[in-house]
Unconditional design. Structure first.
Length: 111
């Protein structure tokens, strides 16, 4: 997983799985939209209605996600994204090596 972003207003989560440019999108039966590169590898996943729950194994079954990325997707699928009134409505992780990479969800929520 390279980075992720969650938008509370639209209840959507986007997870970047690679640096390749998406060539097309594949919509899964659950409604998850997977960005794939020219050879069919998943490079990003958009989950609409993320707070209602979603199954990373559905994505893995179709695209054979890297084990580390799958574990990250499983962790994100169990995360309850909530922002207190008056705080910003979106949360974003940072790519490895950028300032703030080691922030926890609680630090992001209280920022």
């Amino acid at each position: 997983m390279r980075w992720w972003t969650f938008d509370l207003d639209s209840d959507s989560l986007y997870v970047s799985l690679g640096d390749a440019v998406p060539a097309r999108q594949v919509e899964l039966p659950s409604g998850a939209v997977v960005d794939v590169d020219q050879v069919g590898r998943a490079v990003g996943v958009e989950i609409l209605r993320a707070s209602t729950g979603w199954d990373p194994d559905e994505i893995d079954a179709r695209f054979n996600i890297d084990r580390a990325d799958l574990e990250s997707l499983k962790w994100l699928s169990l995360t309850q994204f909530q922002v207190a009134p008056g705080q910003r409505s979106g949360l974003t992780s940072r790519a490895a090596g950028e300032p703030g990479t080691d922030q926890t969800i609680l630090e992001l929520l209280s920022a």
